[in-house]
Design a protein around this ligand. Structure first.
Ligand SMILES: Nc1ncnc2c1ncn2[C@@H]1O[C@H](COP(=O)(O)OP(=O)(O)OP(=O)(O)O)[C@@H](O)[C@H]1O
Ligand SMILES: [Mg+2]
Length: 296
């Protein structure tokens, strides 16, 4: 197991109220596995990534990397071994910095020799198919697809074991996105890598991952191997997601479900029980888990 998170919880305080954004999330990624977390905007995906990478302090739960419990005092264990390609990667960069500096940054902060760093840069830009002349340029002169490859090159330069992509390809057009995804698949043939993809796009998850978690309003509501999830989606929300019509999701009933299922107002099968209680998680098929009273 490369990564395991148990019972991760995170809430924010706003308008004099505390609201939960990540609710008791359990996830794991096996060595060499490609996993995705799929959920609509606001589901809490980025917040979860922030917790997993200790960028944000979480309220509860445990995180294990290679079976070792990681806490504030042992974050250094993760450095270089786990890399994240953030949703807003380009926006976070200094516009005056050269692409070369951007890619080399994870190594420069380690104080490695100049010649070693130069050699590593050569290697990673070749891996991601970036031409050498890009290195001296600034981010403003790069296309979205090139910037994407810069982000991947920077993530790879420290030879990580796990890379987390937070919507890293969602801003790209379909063919550029396909090129980037194929590149990531190719990389796995050359290096022992595990990927965790965070996306709102179930089709993308299908294309690239072995196993999928479906997240809805802070909670993992279903988990299954990719093929199984597409053949037998169980949770009513997953069914809608699969049909690609979740944008048209309409409220079926009034009333909230403070202690119950987050999908209650939109679910055509919901009962009073769904409003009042949260269903336990049930393994319906091998490695196929769902949190829904329809299966209990
Ligand atoms: N620092 C913060 N303070 C208050 N609320 C926050 C904070 N960060 C995130 N949130 C809220 O938490 C919820 C989840 O946000 P998050 O960015 O994790 O969603 P997401 O699933 O990544 O969405 P997207 O697909 O749009 O990137 C949102 O309602 C957001 O407004
Ligand atoms: Mg996000």
């Amino acid at each position: 197991m490369i990564l395991e998170a148990r019972g991760i919880r995170k809430s924010f305080f706003a308008y004099k109220k505390r609201f939960s954004v990540v609710k008791d999330v359990d996830i794991y990624v096996e060595d060499g596995e490609n996993v995705s977390i799929v959920g609509e905007s606001g589901a809490g995906k980025t917040t979860l990534v922030h917790c997993l990478s200790f960028l944000e302090e979480y309220d509860g739960g445990q995180i294990y990397f290679k079976d070792k419990l990681i806490d504030k005092n042992s974050i250094h264990v993760l450095r270089n071994r786990m890399q994240i390609v953030f949703q807003n990667f380009s926006a976070s960069l200094d516009p005056r910095m050269s692409i070369k500096k951007i890619i080399a940054e994870p190594l420069r902060i380690k104080g490695l020799s100049h010649s070693y760093i130069e050699e590593k840069i050569e290697q990673v830009i070749e891996i991601v198919h970036l031409p050498g002349h890009v290195l001296m340029r600034k981010k403003s002169s790069l296309s979205g697809g090139e910037m994407q490859r810069v982000a991947i090159a920077r993530a790879l330069i420290s030879s990580p074991e796990l890379v987390i992509f937070d919507e890293a390809t969602s801003a790209l057009d379909t063919s550029t996105q396909a090129i980037a995804l194929n590149l990531l698949i190719d990389l796995k043939m050359k290096f022992p890598l595990s990927y965790l993809f965070i996306t709102h796009d179930l089709t993308l998850a299908k294309f690239i991952t072995d196993r999928i978690y479906v997240m809805y309003r802070g909670r993992i509501i279903e988990e299954a191997p990719t093929e199984e999830l597409f053949k037998h989606p169980l949770h009513p929300y997953t069914m809608l997601l699969k049909e690609g019509i979740f944008g048209q999701m309409t409220q079926i009933r009034e009333g909230n479900s403070k202690n119950g299922c987050e999908f209650y107002p939109f679910c055509r099968w919901a009962t009073k029980e769904c409003q009042e209680h949260l269903s336990p998680v049930k393994e319906v098929n091998t490695k196929h888990f769902v949190r829904c009273f329809l299966y209990n």
